[in-house]
Design a protein around this ligand. Structure first.
Ligand SMILES: NC(=O)c1ccc[n+]([C@@H]2O[C@H](COP(=O)([O-])OP(=O)(O)OC[C@H]3O[C@@H](n4cnc5c(N)ncnc54)[C@H](OP(=O)(O)O)[C@@H]3O)[C@@H](O)[C@H]2O)c1
Length: 273
């Protein structure tokens, strides 16, 4: 099925990481132009850009920008977010789809009675404030460059759906993004783009650098998959394909406000004391 994303411009935050880079490959395979955002590891996004542009060089590349570019920003900083979008628009003229994917997960197991305010603030800044600033910049872009269609896909987590003991900072940030942002913005975006859509994917444990920190613990894997009938950790591509599906007007044009779990049928978390 043709997702009709050819020549659409997609900005992916956190494209230097596992899920973001997988999404970049799937969008690029559909013929989209991709703006790959990275922060501390922006070199990984730059390397990915080289690979994508080699795999699918753009015709007339001398006169036109290449099909993929990498840009740097700390998404907790509003000026850097505004500059990221201004630069993407300078290069490609418009952004058709946004993937709000950047985030952190603090791997230390910290019940809330032992959690520092510093950790709480760091997680909310990196996972929620960054999403607010990214969505705000995109909606400002829509206000400035009118069009019929637009799409935002936010990357939440099963932590938002089931909670996550010892990681309440992450679960709270993701729940705000999944329920508060997704469901509010789906009703705001249509004022700026009448067919604009906002959706959210909620991956369970996914095989990326973020999860490698605990993947070496077989007991943790057992606990994570205890209520998962498919009995596997997601691949980044499992998540990436769902993101691309939701971004496509032709495939998902009547889907907005959806919260799509990508967790192999997971029904909750096994308690461990
Ligand atoms: N892996 C999982 O099991 C899992 C499960 C559920 C949900 N998720 C969610 O999926 C998303 C992608 O995660 P991943 O697994 O692909 O992790 P990852 O490989 O660690 O990638 C995380 C990305 O977020 C970026 N980022 C972090 N803090 C940032 C900041 N302040 N400003 C800008 N960028 C920042 C990182 O950029 P740099 O590296 O360049 O700094 C990186 O590109 C996250 O939102 C995560 O919460 C992951």
């Amino acid at each position: 099925m043709d997702a009709q994303l050819k020549n659409q411009t997609v900005l992916i935050t956190g494209a230097s990481g596992g899920i973001g880079s997988a999404a970049a490959w799937v969008f690029a395979a559909e013929g989209a132009r991709v703006v790959l955002h990275g922060f501390r590891n922006v070199d990984a996004a730059r390397q990915l850009v080289d690979e994508l542009n080699k795999a699918a060089p753009r015709k007339g590349a001398d006169e036109h920008p290449p099909s993929a570019v990498a840009l740097h920003a700390d998404l907790r900083d509003e000026d850097q977010v505004e500059t990221l979008f201004a630069e993407a628009v300078r290069i490609y003229g418009r952004i058709d789809c946004l993937v709000v994917n950047a985030g952190i997960w603090n791997s230390s197991t910290t019940p809330i009675h032992k959690m520092s305010l510093t950790q709480w603030r760091e997680t909310l800044d990196a996972d929620l404030t960054s999403a607010f600033l990214t969505c705000r910049a995109y909606l400002r872009h829509l206000a400035a460059v009118p069009r019929e269609d637009a799409s935002i896909v936010l990357v939440g987590s099963t932590a938002a759906l089931f909670g996550e003991a010892d990681h309440a900072d992450y679960a709270a940030a993701k729940a705000a993004l999944v329920y508060g942002l997704t469901r509010s913005l789906k009703n705001e975006i249509i004022r700026l783009a009448p067919r604009g859509r906002v959706n959210c994917v909620c991956p369970g444990w996914t095989d990326t650098p973020m999860a490698h920190q605990v993947e070496c613990d077989p007991a943790a894997i057992d606990r994570a998959l205890a209520t998962t009938p498919l009995r596997k950790i997601a691949t980044p591509e499992d998540v990436a394909r769902a993101i691309v599906f939701l971004s496509s007007t032709v495939l998902a044009g009547h889907i907005s406000g959806a919260i799509l779990p990508i967790h192999g049928g997971m029904e909750g978390r096994q308690l461990h004391f």
